[in-house]
Ligand binder design. Structure first.
Ligand code: ADE
Length: 260
């Protein structure tokens, strides 16, 4: 069972991810466990203060090192009691390295993860130092700033848990996701066959599985080329894939000439 411990001043936010959909069901099935730790419970004054003004001045508040550090220590201790020798400790921050599929798979292979979701302008640097009892990783979910690390932590939990064995009903569906093979996903269709005059591509109705796979790969290559050419720069295409992509481009030109 994958063990998550989250350090957050808004533990209730995590009910959203832990109770809904496939991720909620995975928790019920005992595929992972999630425990939240609130730095307020580790604050030392009667007001349960967890933030203070920044040294050196400037706007906003900073999360205090001590309550955060104590909450992290409690989270590590819980991981240990759950049998995790060395949990990976991750701070969610826009200053972190960008999350991608490869990193998700790496994290999905861990026994336990401690996620620190900061608020305010940031967390006192002394609570997020690297090293033996410090942070292992800083991760960002994109080049934009959220009001706190909670949503980023939930994104992380969601995309990790859906990779764990037994979570997705159809064993294939995580393998066929976008990014798994370095490409975007192909388009999908379901009934009816004609929707407001738009037809389902005939090959999908043909029952010919080889043709369907070929078409799907061609669409995946074409979409990636159109929408995320940066992904193709990183990926070496086989001769077959290269010719499928050329076919996609030719078909696109024909459609444009026909005014489609
Ligand atoms: N906290 C605030 N913004 C964030 C982001 N983009 N990624 C991760 N954590 C964050």
């Amino acid at each position: 069972m994958l063990q998550f411990d989250v350090v957050t001043i808004f533990p209730a936010m995590f009910d959203a991810v832990a109770e809904a959909g496939v991720i909620g069901r995975a928790r019920e099935k005992g595929i992972y466990q999630l425990v939240a730790w609130n730095p307020r419970d580790f604050a030392q004054n009667a007001y349960r203060t967890v933030d203070d003004r920044p040294y050196g001045g400037g706007p906003g508040m900073v999360m205090m090192a001590e309550p955060v550090g104590r909450a992290l220590a409690a989270a590590r201790q819980r991981q240990k009691s759950a049998g995790v020798q060395k949990p990976r400790v991750v701070h969610l921050t826009p200053q972190g390295r960008l999350l991608n599929h490869q990193l998700v798979m790496e994290l999905a292979g861990q026994q336990g993860l401690v996620l620190l979701a900061g608020r305010y302008e940031g967390v006192d640097e002394r609570a997020i130092a690297r090293g033996a009892n410090g942070i292992d990783d800083e991760i960002s979910i994109g080049d934009y700033v959220l009001s706190g690390g909670e949503l980023a932590a939930m994104v992380l939990i969601d995309c990790i848990v859906r990779q764990l064995p037994g979570v997705l009903g159809d064993a294939e569906s995580a393998h066929q996701d976008s990014f798994v093979n370095g490409l975007l996903d192909c388009p999908h269709y379901t009934r009816p066959e004609v929707c407001e005059g738009q037809k389902v591509p005939p090959v999908l109705l043909s029952g010919n599985h080889a043709d369907i796979s070929r078409w799907r790969l061609k669409q995946a290559l074409g979409r990636t080329w159109q929408r995320r050419p940066d992904l193709l720069v990183k990926r070496v295409l086989s001769d077959d894939e290269r010719s499928l992509l050329e076919e996609f481009k030719r078909e696109m030109c024909t459609q444009e000439l026909n005014g489609a």
